[in-house]
Design a protein around this ligand. Structure first.
Ligand code: C2E
Ligand code: MG
Ligand code: MG
Length: 612
């Protein structure tokens, strides 16, 4: 026995996943037939493992395996030839074998050989009396061995080809990738090319109108032309109804290869009957054999392909920077779910809102903060948009609302009569029970609805106008105040502003920050303020950082302001102390003009007690 061949043989056997698998009727039927054809009590499909003969199927044998040493089936596997022993007791080699000792006299075994030439073992018949074998019986045993192999290969192929197209599938890709890692030099640079013939929306639309079989044709013509243009050596694997992947030959992946791919897609008019209905995209995933995991290749090829779809390009190439961004988003998503159930990670800070005429602090905006145990502080500008794309946004806003209303009630209880602003997301406005959740919460804390203001952005309203406006109208009806946040960055259409049941417009900080920069910017803000006043809104300027800007806004008639000039977002006890200090300093300098700005607090100072 050649050791190298034996290693490969064992590998081939193990890859079939037959060893120690449960008995199946398909094999047992052949074994029974073998015993019947020979009129013998014992027959088996016997696979040659490293140290044992294991019976995939057996008739007339109690045990599942026998030692490999001196087993006749092992000799069949070693030689690849049929072996017939008329009488084991008379055979010089097998006389003291396990079989001979157990009373077996006659043995005939035919090799089970794969299409790659590996001998897996034998199908054998055994008798308790010496016997000979006829030429017809030899042929029958050879046929039975072929039937066993057909069954083995059928089972192996099953699950590895797409049942409709007959193309190798994802499972086969993973197996072939493992083989490639073994056959080719470690570290060899290769590229995988993933082709998607239609984006998700097109897939849904076409499936509705034309039926799913429409894609079989689409894929068929794409694969045929792909191999014609790119080369027959490309083995194509079908990943999904409209997707296939292939590994380019060594040396591909450069500009020339990319140009050929672009040419292939660009010439769709010549080979596709559905070119007007779908837009294909290609994702290129470079990888190194032995260093990149197969599932990673599939993942990064998908990402590159989706980027191509999103950016409207034909071909996208995986970039590690983009991949890091995806991974970070994914990590944040998973971690945020845990954070919602962990009181140590989430907290609210509050930024004071100042009446620009009186200088009084009249409210606070609740802003969410997340400190992840390993990642540290994650800015809301990063995690909120990620959470907003999932159903977790419901739980997130609910958490913020509960905490903010609890704090509002605590401050009121301590004599600090502020209004509380809470940011809500587009998806919250579509929740059927959103209004009742808010009003129930206010009732629980015995707070009049007017003390709560909900901030929504223009784009949140536009995303699903009908339902969003209905929710806002119901909140307005319930007495809750509403503000349009980041005003000026979204649609800002006059017609929608007129129909908005809101009370406040918050001018986005990008406009406010630029005010000191020039006349045009000041005019722009001035126009926003006048327009909002005309429509009956109270106007708040966000992001006031300097006293010059505060003065300008004050002169333009802006009602309220928020920004680092007054205070950064503060912890609840800090905000309470800040208000107390503001109150004291206002009392001390009552008669003197306040320049630069000094805050006074709306709350009566004597009644204020610590409240967090
Ligand atoms: P926003 O609602 O427009 O909140 C104002 C943002 O501007 C806050 O950023 C605040 O810290 C910052 N800011 C305030 N004054 C100044 C200033 O003078 N200069 C500068 N440069 N920035 C100032 P933050 O806390 O990072 O929040 C960012 C955004 O994240 C918020 O913008 C809001 O859209 C969102 N967000 C925060 N908390 C929540 C929440 O609980 N729920 C929802 N849905 N969104 C939230
Ligand atoms: Mg806001
Ligand atoms: Mg804002």
């Amino acid at each position: 026995m050649n050791t190298r061949n034996e290693t490969d043989r064992l590998l081939a056997l193990r890859k079939l996943n037959l060893l120690d698998s449960a008995p199946t009727e398909a094999f047992d039927r052949i074994t029974r037939m073998a015993a019947r054809v020979f009129g013998l009590p014992i027959a088996a499909v016997s696979l040659t493992d490293s140290d044992r003969q294991w019976f995939k199927s057996r008739v007339g044998v109690a045990h599942a395996s026998i030692p490999r040493i001196k087993a006749p089936c092992a000799s069949v596997a070693d030689s690849g030839a049929m072996l017939v022993i008329d009488d084991l007791h008379e055979d010089a080699f097998f006389r003291d074998s396990h079989l001979a000792h157990s009373g077996v006299r006659f043995y005939a075994g035919a090799p089970l050989t794969t299409s790659d030439g590996f001998n897996l073992g034998a199908i054998c018949v055994l008798g308790l009396e010496p016997r000979t074998i006829s030429a017809t019986e030899r042929d029958a045993l050879t046929d039975l061995a072929a039937m066993v192999m057909a069954q083995i290969e059928l089972q192996h192929t099953l699950g590895r080809v797409d049942p409709l197209s007959g193309m190798p599938n994802r499972k086969q890709f993973i197996e072939d990738y493992a083989d490639l890692q073994m056959d080719r030099p470690h570290g060899e640079q290769r590229v995988a090319v993933l082709v998607n013939m239609a984006n998700q929306e097109q897939l849904n639309n076409a499936a509705r109108v034309m039926g799913a079989s429409y894609f079989d044709n689409l894929m068929n013509e794409a694969i045929i032309s792909y191999r014609a243009v790119m080369g027959d050596e490309h083995k194509v694997y079908q990943l999904a109804a409209t997707q296939f992947i292939t590994i380019a030959p060594p040396g591909a992946g450069d500009g020339a290869y990319r140009a050929r791919l672009a040419h292939w897609l660009g010439s769709r008019a010549e080979w596709s009957t559905s070119r007007f209905v779908t837009t294909p995209a290609i994702g290129i995933a470079p990888f190194q054999l032995g260093r990149t995991d197969c599932l990673d290749v599939l993942r990064i090829a998908q990402n590159a392909m989706q980027d191509a779809h999103q950016t409207g390009q034909l071909i996208g190439t995986y970039s590690s920077a983009q991949d890091d961004a995806y991974r970070r988003r994914f990590t944040l998503l998973n971690a945020f779910d845990a954070a919602l159930g962990d009181t140590s990670q989430l907290r609210l800070v509050y930024q004071p809102r100042i009446d620009l005429v009186s200088g009084a602090c009249i409210g606070a905006e609740a802003l969410l903060r997340w400190r992840h145990p390993e990642l540290g502080d994650v800015p809301p500008g990063e995690f909120i948009p990620v959470v907003e794309q999932t159903s977790m946004v419901r739980a997130a806003t609910s958490w913020v609302l509960r905490e903010a209303v609890r704090q509002l009630a605590a401050w009121h209880g301590a004599g600090l009569q502020l209004q509380m602003s809470v940011n809500v997301s587009a998806a919250n406005l579509l929740e059927a029970d959103f209004v009742s959740t808010v009003t129930t919460l206010l009732n629980q804390h015995r707070m009049a609805p007017g003390w709560l203001e909900l901030e929504v952005t223009e784009s949140a309203i536009m995303e699903n106008q009908g339902t969003a406006l209905a929710t806002l109208a119901a909140l307005d009806q319930a007495g809750v105040r509403l503000a349009i946040d980041d005003f000026g960055t979204g649609y800002s259409s006059l017609s929608y502003l007129q129909s908005m049941p809101a009370h406040v417009v918050k001018i986005d900080q990008s406009f406010v920050r630029n005010m000191a920069g020039g006349e045009r910017n000041r005019t722009l803000v001035n126009t926003m303020i006048s327009l909002s006043h005309e429509l009956g809104f109270r106007v708040v300027a966000e992001g006031i950082e300097t006293d010059d800007v505060r003065q300008l806004l004050h002169d333009q008639g802006c009602d309220e302001g928020q920004g680092y000039l007054f205070a950064r977002p503060l912890a609840p006890d800090e905000l309470f102390a800040w208000c107390a200090r503001a109150q004291a300093s206002a009392a001390a300098s009552e008669a003197t003009p306040r320049a630069p700005w000094k805050p006074i607090c709306a709350a009566p100072a004597p009644g204020m007690r610590t409240a967090t």
